[in-house]
Structure formats: structure tokens, C-alpha cells
Design a protein around this ligand. Structure first.
Ligand code: ADP
Ligand code: ZN
Length: 439
């Protein structure tokens, strides 16, 4: 089992010391932000809180939240925490849930971000001897440049492929003996499928690990990818607003992601009331970036739903862990009054032996919500009769009903008819939006 650290002094710091460090940095960050960011100063003034009121970590609950709407309102320069001349980089969100927002970085911010990613690569077993294939998109999206910077810091031989052109990905992976693959989990699944189609077996490649993130994926999907590529697959989490991938990462336990707590303070809140919830509760993840200079977000609401726990981890890291976000609060579909996440449907599909190629369509017909799930047939269904296919569809629909509480209409479609993703997969088409329904 790999059990190395990139920055052991931080990663294994005793919890009491982490808290002391966070407190010191929080007080500093609040003061700095109040002075330099009029937008946030206004929010604090409106709430009647001054920097002097923040003396302990718990005092953070007195501070106002920042939301994606604030970022859109303040776009592009309204949340800058430093002089623009000190900034060296701009990145942007993928715009998965609306208008893109931009984030700024000083050189210190880039260094901190790349250190966080380097920790993730080392936790996945990465060393100077590795060939790290980066198949996240490069450009404004943080996936490519984030993993690229981290790979350089570790000293891996970095293969900056960007996403797409799967033929070339496979050729370079095989010719240059890539040992670590970094991309979205949906693209990893697609690469696995493409390798098999070309007659490669999992043991034919030299890959040992994958670092996959930027979108939700289930444990079932992890096992599928691990089997098809012959690797260990590690989760990595992050968001552009608080730098990019690497805010949290998995160790060899593959059981929750350690949050880089020396740089980020995490809270879980009730998404409806904003109340801070105790450790172990499920709720919305809120981050405060303790070190960021150019884009110092305080109490930023991620809309990602997860649980935080600080249990002793066999890897020796002391950082708190977050569970895989099961989806964003805005990924959640409300169908006939029931809350449904695409990840629940994905879990059923993989458990029933299907590949993670699916699309969910929600609509409203005669004032009632409809849920259709399109799933590709497995190769053994190829010669099935219509009767047999209908039977399989019914079986799947029943398994989904048990999981989500409502009955979907399941449609088995021929293999390769659902579009593959090279970046973040689009799983849901909500046609109710055309009716002006606010979902
Ligand atoms: P956008 O919000 O436009 O997609 P980003 O590209 O910055 O912008 O994506 C950040 C979001 O991606 C996170 O808030 C989270 O919802 C999702 N995400 C990132 N990593 C993971 C992961 N490992 N598991 C689940 N969701 C993730
Ligand atoms: Zn660990």
C-alpha cells in the first residue's frame, strides 16, 4: 500500500494544531477581506459583524455566506482580494449549472493549489517514476491545469493530453507506458470501454492508478472502472471558486476524501436554514479559503451535499474527511414530490450489471411528472427477443423503484447509442423547464 505524503508536516499535523492554525488564518483572512473586498464588507456590515468579532473558529457562524449568485453579481472583478497586477491567472467554472464565474490567482495561490493536487497524486501512489496522463480538459476549466501543476510538483513525467481524441489517448497511453490516468470518471469509463473494443485486456496497460473527479460517481462505477482498467481509482474533489481539484482527495483507504484543512475550513450547514450542523450530519458543504489572496471566498456555499467525519485514518493523515458528494443540491430532481439524485439511478444500473451509460429524461404530461431512464443493453442482450427485453426493463424499473421510491419507465437501447462524455457527463434532461417550471 502506498503510504507517502507530499507535505507530511501539514498532512499529519495533530488536530489541535490544525485548529489553532485555522483560527489564526481565519482571523487574518476575515480582516484582509473586509479591508480589500467592498462586496464582502457590505455583506458583513449588513449583518452587523465586524472583523474584531471573529476571535475563534466558532465565531465563523456570525459571518455571512457567499453564494454562486453573489459570484455572478460581482462578476468579473467584484470579489478580487488583491491588486489585479498581482494576479497571474484566471480560470472559470464549467458552467454546469448556469453562467460561468471566473476566479483569480496570485502566484502564491497557484502554488498552494498545485501543492494540494500533488498531495492527491502522492496519496494515490504517485512518484517521480510515474508517467501521468492528464486527460482532463485544459483551458479555462481547472481540471487540466490543476492536475498538470500537481504532476510537475511531484516530478512525474507529465503527458498533457487534454480530454477527447480517445484514439490518441490510447495510443500514447500504450506507447509511453502511462502509469497514472487523470480525467473525469465518465471519461475513464469510456477509455476503458474503448480499450476493450480494441482488444486490450486490463493487464495490457501499465496503469496502476487513476485520479478521477469533477463530477459525482458511485462506488459501483469505481469498481467497474477499476476492473476494466486494472487500476486503483481515487476520487478527487474541488471547485474553481476555491482553486480547483485538490481541495480534498482520497488516500489508499478509498473511503472519503481528506480535506486540505491547512488551506480550507469546511462546515456542513442545513441548506434551508443556514444553521451549522454537528460533525457527522448530512448537509451542504461550505468552504472558507484560508490562504487565497486573489479570490478569498469566505463561507462559500458549494451546494454539494455530503457528510464530514474526523475518524482516525490508517494512512496517518489527520485531515477531516468528506464523503463523496452524492450530487449537488441543484442536481437533485424533484419528481412527483420525491427527491431523486442521478447517482441513485447509476448505483442501481451498475449493481444490475449494466454499464454507466444512461440518460434520464424528466417531463410533465397531463400535470404529472414522468421519469424515463434510457440504458444501453449489455452484449448478452444482443440476441434477446422483445419479450425478454421487456422483462429486463421491468426488472430494472422495479430495482429503481425500490431505491428511489417512484417507478421510472426504463428503456433498453442498443449499445453505443447514448453519447459518451469526454468531460463532465450530462445525465439529466429536464423537459419541464420548457413549461417554465422552476425546478
Ligand atoms: P461547475 O460548478 O460549473 O461544474 P467546476 O468545474 O468548478 O464548476 O466544478 C465544481 C463542482 O464539480 C463541485 O462543486 C461539485 O459539484 C463537482 N465535483 C467536483 N469534484 C467532484 C467529485 N469528486 N465528486 C462529486 N462531485 C464533484
Ligand atoms: Zn487516509
Amino acid at each position: 500500500m502506498p503510504n507517502n505524503y507530499y507535505q507530511p508536516e501539514a498532512e499529519t499535523m495533530p488536530v489541535a494544531e490544525i485548529k489553532k492554525l485555522q483560527e489564526y488564518k481565519l482571523i487574518r483572512q476575515v480582516r484582509r477581506t473586509y479591508e480589500n473586498v467592498p462586496y464582502y464588507r457590505n455583506l458583513m456590515d449588513q449583518k452587523g459583524v465586524k472583523p474584531e468579532d471573529i476571535r475563534t473558529l466558532e465565531d465563523i457562524a456570525k459571518l455571512p455566506f457567499l453564494s454562486k449568485d453573489d459570484l455572478r453579481e460581482a462578476y468579473p472583478y467584484g470579489l478580487l482580494g488583491t491588486d489585479l497586477s498581482k494576479c497571474v491567472r484566471i480560470q472559470s467554472t464549467s458552467g454546469t449549472t448556469g453562467k460561468r464565474v471566473v476566479a483569480f490567482y496570485t502566484q502564491n495561490d497557484v502554488d498552494m493549489w498545485e501543492d494540494c493536487v500533488a498531495r492527491a497524486i502522492v496519496a494515490a501512489g504517485g512518484t517521480k517514476g510515474d508517467v501521468c496522463q492528464i486527460a482532463y480538459g485544459y483551458g479555462l476549466f481547472t481540471g487540466g491545469s490543476g492536475l498538470h501543476g500537481g504532476s510537475h510538483k511531484v516530478g512525474c513525467l507529465t503527458l498533457p493530453m487534454s480530454s477527447g481524441n480517445t484514439e490518441r489517448q490510447i495510443q500514447f497511453m500504450m506507447d509511453l507506458n502511462a502509469t497514472i490516468l487523470c480525467c473525469t470518471p465518465s471519461y475513464a469509463a469510456y477509455i476503458g470501454e474503448s480499450l476493450a473494443e480494441r482488444g486490450y485486456k486490463p493487464e495490457d496497460n501499465k496503469l496502476k492508478a487513476g485520479i478521477f473527479g469533477a463530477e459525482p460517481w458511485t462506488e459501483e462505477m469505481r469498481r467497474d472502472i477499476e476492473k476494466n482498467l486494472g487500476i486503483k481509482a481515487y476520487d478527487i474533489y474541488g471547485l474553481t471558486e476555491s482553486s480547483g481539484p485538490g481541495v480534498a482527495f482520497e488516500c489508499h483507504e478509498q473511503n472519503g476524501m481528506h480535506i486540505n484543512e491547512d488551506h480550507f475550513y469546511a462546515e456542513i450547514i442545513d441548506p434551508d436554514t443556514g444553521e451549522v450542523l454537528p460533525e457527522g450530519s448530512k448537509g451542504e458543504l461550505v468552504f472558507t479559503s484560508l490562504d487565497k489572496e486573489a479570490f478569498p471566498l469566505i463561507r462559500y456555499r458549494t451546494r454539494d451535499i455530503c457528510v464530514l467525519t474526523r475518524e482516525k485514518c490508517s494512512c496517518g493523515r489527520t485531515f477531516i474527511k468528506m464523503t463523496k458528494p452524492m450530487g449537488r443540491s441543484d442536481d437533485m430532481m424533484i419528481i412527483r414530490g420525491v427527491n431523486v439524485f442521478p447517482s441513485q439511478i447509476e448505483a442501481v444500473l451498475l449493481k444490475e450489471g449494466y454499464a454507466p451509460n444512461y440518460q434520464i429524461e424528466v417531463d410533465r404530461v397531463n400535470n404529472s411528472d414522468t421519469l424515463d431512464v434510457y440504458v444501453e443493453m449489455t452484449s448478452d442482450s444482443f440476441s434477446d427477443t422483445v419479450k425478454e427485453i421487456t422483462k429486463k426493463e421491468k426488472k430494472l424499473a422495479l430495482a429503481m423503484r425500490t431505491m428511489i421510491g417512484i417507478s421510472p419507465a426504463v428503456h433498453l437501447v442498443p449499445a453505443k447509442t447514448i453519447a459518451r462524455s469526454e468531460g463532465k457527463a450530462v445525465r439529466v434532461i429536464d423537459k419541464r423547464k420548457r413549461l417554465g417550471i422552476n425546478i
